[in-house]
Design a protein around this ligand. Structure first.
Ligand code: ATP
Length: 360
């Protein structure tokens, strides 16, 4: 029996709509397997939590997360949080750091029926999650972002060998697991950032030696940005530093249908957090038209990751079923949300995916 204790942290705005749908889909997939047991617990986070408890990330939430196998974090609408209140912090960077969620896995995949700028795209960007430019001054000995004079701002970028090696290993493992082009491309700008990007590339090259079956190459970030737009089919797994990954993964999402299609998974040595790449979309919150795909596929990746961790073939198959159910609904285009050209609500798209999974 594979048992999982999972958290539901809905977050803000459209999170209240898409997280319940993602949970419903995961439950529909695991229901088919007798040997998978999932216990869900909802934990307060974000603005609804602030209204209820006075904090956007209560200590109780952190305490329970430490005992969990994984959790879903809905999008966070931190721009709306009251300024100057230390209890109204943006929970999401805190969670990534506290739980050492070093790698952020962001796939971009095209579907033949969807209006995409490119077809036959199936790539993954692995982004370092906790370093790079540090707006939080206290993270590394007080170095972060600061203004030595009112007319000058300094943003310091942190790159460590540890995290660079960890994201590289995540990328190589994915390339092996996917068994597609078996290729990892490290993106950098070591022509300018000789130390920071230099250390990153050297660390990736070291890890590459452990994966002789995987082709490894490097590319300067500006060259990659152009190649991503012109020939995204040439890439398999891409690994890069925090800010480059942030920008490039949104660019990749734009190639395959927009932010509603941008799934993400944050992983570390011990914990896993499913978190769609997009924000809380306050402009469409409450209208039930948010595309649940990114949240569903983030949750699917979490299930797959957990199945691999526990070496449980049923859990891995349940994750595969979600992928197939989603593929079926997208191939029929009957129940898809307006951003994909349909008229379905968030919930209708979720129900269609559940039904597709049940009839696989
Ligand atoms: P953040 O700064 O919090 O990352 P953002 O600036 O990336 O947020 P989003 O909240 O992601 O902004 O929204 C950008 C646009 O994409 C908005 O018009 C929003 O409605 C749309 N959008 C984002 N997510 C979805 C979704 N799941 N379904 C449909 N549209 C979405």
């Amino acid at each position: 029996m594979a048992k999982y204790y999972l958290g539901s942290l809905k977050g803000d705005d459209i999170g209240l709509e898409i997280v319940p749908v993602a949970i419903q889909v995961l439950n529909a997939a695991v229901e088919k397997y007798k040997e998978i047991n999932i216990e869900w617990e909802e934990l307060p986070v974000g603005y609804p939590s602030y209204l209820q408890t006075g904090e956007t990330l209560p200590q109780k939430t952190l305490n329970v997360l430490h005992k969990m196998d994984g959790w879903i974090l809905g999008p966070i609408g931190h721009m709306a949080y009251p300024k100057g209140d230390p209890k109204a912090i943006n929970p999401h960077p805190i969670l990534r750091r506290k739980f050492d969620l070093v790698s952020n896995i962001r796939p971009a995949r095209s579907y033949a029926t969807l209006p995409c700028l490119h077809q036959n795209v199936d790539l993954i960007i692995v982004r370092e999650n906790n370093e790079g430019f540090q707006p939080d001054r206290n993270m590394y000995k007080g170095i972060g972002e600061f203004m030595p004079t009112p007319d000058m701002a300094l943003s310091v970028r942190v790159i460590t060998k540890r995290n660079s090696r960890m994201v590289a290993r995540t990328a190589f493992k994915l390339a092996r697991q996917r068994n597609k082009m078996k290729k990892v491309t490290a993106i950098h700008k070591n022509t300018v950032f000789k130390l920071g990007c230099g250390l990153f590339v050297d660390s990736c090259s070291e890890i590459a030696k452990d994966y002789p079956d995987i082709e490894f190459n490097t590319m300067v970030v500006d060259t990659f940005a152009m190649n991503l737009v012109m020939r995204p089919q040439n890439f398999d797994v891409v690994v890069t530093t925090n800010t480059f990954g942030d920008i490039l993964s949104d660019e990749a999402a734009g190639l395959v249908g927009g932010l509603g299609m941008a799934a993400g998974l944050c992983v570390g040595p011990q914990y896993v957090m499913a978190q769609a790449t997009h924000g809380s979309a306050p402009d469409i919150a409450g209208k039930h038209i948010a595309n649940p795909y990114a949240m569903i596929m983030s949750t699917q990746m979490m299930l797959y990751w957990l199945g691999n961790k526990k070496k449980d073939s049923e859990t891995i198959q349940a994750a595969r079923d979600i992928e197939l159910g989603v593929e079926k609904v997208l191939s029929q285009m009957k129940y898809v949300t307006p951003d994909l050209g349909g008229t379905a609500t968030t919930e209708e798209m979720g129900i269609a995916i559940c039904k597709a999974i049940q009839t696989l």
